[in-house]
Design a protein around this ligand. Structure first.
Ligand code: U2P
Length: 244
């Protein structure tokens, strides 16, 4: 009996080692950040994050595994869903740099975006990350890559002005060696504006890489860089939402 227990333990252990050391079965990552100003001045409007201690900066959206053919895996494991107790030491940083501006739900809910990103994308990258290292890696990239400063150094500022799409891509290419993907949305007047930036990383999320493809996300050759939402303009945004 003792022999059977020991043998089962050894088999189980080798399975665990095998699964945690198997190579990633996707090709690369998008690390995606969004500009809250582009949510707040869009038709949908926005809600401020509940705690109000967020940075006036790009916000993390998430780290998404991708296949080279333009598809991606999603919701891979129902048995390891988001558990905030696994990232409790990271929450205060996540409140500042990874907040929901209520594009999907109003009032915005602090943990909903984190839960969604882990359940949808994180559960598909468990050959590389556990919950804690998934969130930590996102925060580390946010720390390492200050996109707002990179753009400001090239004179590209969130002042509501129009900037060349290539000018924006080149500023980031100059800093990291590879061009990003840019996703635009529209303000209430229909002007195309900077919404999300897609940075490509290798499938261990260690290095920046050339994007195998970048999403074609409906920008114009010149796009607006909206201002960061002011506290008093958020009230207007909320009233737009509640009247819809
Ligand atoms: O486009 C809708 C959502 O699908 C996910 N997505 C999109 C493009 C892509 O190349 N890879 C990818 O994962 C994103 O999921 P979210 O986390 O926002 O639900 C994207 O917003």
């Amino acid at each position: 009996m003792r022999g059977i227990i020991i043998a089962s333990f050894l088999i189980l252990q080798s399975l665990v080692v095998f699964s945690s050391s198997s190579p990633p079965d996707f090709n690369f990552f998008y690390w995606v950040t969004y500009w809250p100003g582009a949510i707040c001045d869009s038709q949908k409007g926005c809600c401020p994050p509940p705690k109000g201690n967020m940075a006036s900066d790009f916000m993390i959206h998430g780290l998404w595994p991708q296949f080279n053919n333009g598809t991606w895996p999603a919701f891979c494991d129902q048995t390891n869903l988001f558990d905030i107790s696994k990232v409790s030491d990271l929450v205060s940083k996540m409140e500042k740099k990874w907040t929901e501006w209520g594009v999907w739900a109003c009032p915005s809910n602090e943990t909903k975006l984190w839960e969604h990103e882990w359940d949808k994308h994180g559960t598909c990258v468990q050959s590389v990350f556990d919950q804690h290292s998934y969130f930590l890696t996102n925060l580390r990239f946010r720390q390492k890559l200050n996109l707002l400063n990179i753009l400001k150094q090239k004179g590209i500022k969130p002042d509501g002005g129009l900037y060349g799409l290539d000018e924006i891509k080149n500023a980031i290419k100059c800093a990291i060696g590879f061009a990003p993907g840019i996703e635009c949305n529209e303000d209430v007047k229909g002007t195309k504006q900077l919404f999300q930036i897609y940075i490509c990383l290798d499938n261990y999320a260690k290095e920046f890489v050339e994007c195998p493809y970048v999403p074609d996300r409906s920008c114009a050759s010149k796009i607006k860089f909206p201002k960061f939402p002011k506290k008093d303009s958020l009230g207007e945004s909320l009233s737009v939402i509640s009247s819809v």
